[in-house]
Design a protein around this ligand. Structure first.
Ligand code: F0G
Length: 459
């Protein structure tokens, strides 16, 4: 018999989490204005809101924390991080930032201006937010297969090269760069193939454009390339990572994901000229170039995390755990995005709650139900997240209306996963009893999903 995968670690420290009653949760979510971000963490039993900054650091990362150098300038921790980024990812220059969106803010301040177009696969919401904030336009060129949840395309994060070339021709003088998000969070944690990365590079070269990777989950992307793409089965994840980044000019990183730290980010550069331009903004927004919003100890933990996060056995256990949740949900009949994503399972609320009007926020309705059912917190990746159209101010209904269950790294056991699946199974069985959704009573003009307030619509 083939031995199953097993986590390549054991648990040295535990953290108590609390169960609650359904009655308590009904009251708490009402007080939270039906926005799961407003819940206190001790009102949540299993927290799958995000895999961002919620991972468990290793004993080696914690020991690195003790070695942190907190010097304002020239700290050894900066050089440790620089060395890791250079040797593991292939970027000779970098700027530390406090998290991923800060990297976007700094880089886009240097490169994006009003009237620009930024094509790529589906942009993450902060990326899109930072583009639109500058009165520029994010153009989603993802392949059409990505939006069909049953389509088993192995690389649903790929861009459609024809769509991309069309944008490059149409707006050729107003494109500061192409951005590729690896893995593509918005499309369901779906990977981009090495072939697609190479093809995008070739198109960029043809039109003289820079290529930026939004790299939060680059290691998971590399794992999928190893498992799914011909010719990569015998390469190590670390070799694949280097090859992926050989096709990029710049990377932005939210280190809270694949570098397995609680806070941190950076921008990697190959060009000293662009580094210089961005440095001005880094110093203004983030901090001096050798710390940029990070403590020395956090830079140390990040350098160690980049090394651990690109190990095959760790990635196999992680991605198989996510798939375990996906398989359980499929067994219960719950409609989910397939193939399963790297960091999360995406539940199709359009399918599950099709009897509720779209305008009543199906995915948000399902996310609230899941909290009430089991104290499990997921997040809406649907109409609320998609914001209103900046011009018409109408709701933008995305092709998919998802509830995302993101799995923190090295945090939960498969018993937790089974609990989550059972809670969703119960909701699936009583889905037709959920009659109405929610209406918005307050929303911010941009990135509204963090602070939105809702009211239940009664029959
Ligand atoms: N890019 C991607 C692909 C992301 O998923 C995120 C964050 C960011 C950039 C921004 O990074 O949070 O460090 O500022 N995603 C989190 C999530 C919030 O839950 O998916 P950040």
């Amino acid at each position: 018999m083939n031995l199953p995968y097993a986590e390549p670690f054991k648990i040295k420290m535990v953290e108590t989490i609390r169960k609650s009653t359904k009655e308590q949760r009904i009251e708490w979510i009402k007080q939270a204005k039906y926005n799961l971000f407003n819940l206190r963490s001790n009102q949540v039993f299993i927290d799958l809101l995000t895999d961002s900054g919620t991972g468990a650091m290793s004993d080696k990362q914690w020991s690195e924390m003790m070695l942190g150098d907190e010097s304002y300038a020239g700290a050894s921790s900066y050089y440790k991080m620089k060395n890791a980024i250079n040797t593991l990812l292939g970027f000779p220059y970098f700027l530390p930032t406090h998290q991923g969106r800060a990297a976007e803010n700094v880089l886009f301040s240097a490169l994006v201006k009003a009237g620009d177009f930024v094509p790529g696969n589906a942009h993450f919401d902060t990326t899109k937010g930072h583009i639109e904030f500058r009165n520029a336009t994010a153009v989603d060129c993802t392949i059409d297969e990505a939006y069909d949840i049953e389509n088993m395309h192995p690389f649903k994060g790929n861009v459609d090269l024809n769509k991309l070339e069309k944008v490059l021709i149409e707006h050729k003088d107003n494109i500061p760069f192409i951005i590729m998000t690896i893995t593509c969070n918005t499309a369901g944690g779906q990977p981009v193939s090495m072939q697609n990365l190479r093809d995008v590079r070739a198109l960029a070269n043809k039109y003289g454009k820079i290529v930026v990777y939004d790299s939060a989950r680059f290691a998971e992307n590399a794992y999928f390339i190893k498992i799914r793409e011909k010719g990569y089965e015998n390469k190590t994840v670390k070799e694949i990572v280097l090859e992926m980044f050989s096709n990029a000019d710049i990377m932005t990183m939210s280190s809270k994901k694949d570098a397995i730290v609680n806070m941190g980010g950076f921008i990697g550069f190959k060009s000293e000229e662009i580094l210089r331009k961005a440095t001005v903004f880094n110093i203004m927004f983030e901090g001096y170039v050798t710390y940029g919003g990070m403590s020395g100890r956090d830079m140390n933990a990040l350098a160690q995390g980049l090394d651990e996060g690109t190990e095959f056995e760790y990635l196999e256990a992680r991605i198989e755990q996510v798939a375990y949740l996906g398989k359980k949900l499929v067994e219960f009949g719950v409609p989910v995005q397939k193939p399963f994503g790297g960091h999360a399972i995406f539940i199709d609320a359009n399918e599950m709650l099709q009897h509720i009007p779209k305008s009543e926020y199906r995915a948000q309705t399902l996310a609230v139900e899941l909290y009430i059912e089991g104290g499990v917190r997921g997040v809406e990746i649907g109409t609320i997240l998609a914001d209103r159209d900046p011009v018409t101010k109408e709701n933008r209904y995305p092709k998919n209306e998802f509830v995302r269950l993101a799995i923190p790294r090295r945090v939960y056991t498969n018993n937790h996963i089974e609990y989550v699946a059972a809670a969703l199974g119960n909701i699936y069985n009583r889905r037709n009893e959920i009659k109405r959704g929610y209406e918005i009573t307050y929303e911010a003009p941009i990135l509204r999903h963090f602070t939105v307030e809702l009211k239940a619509i009664n029959n």
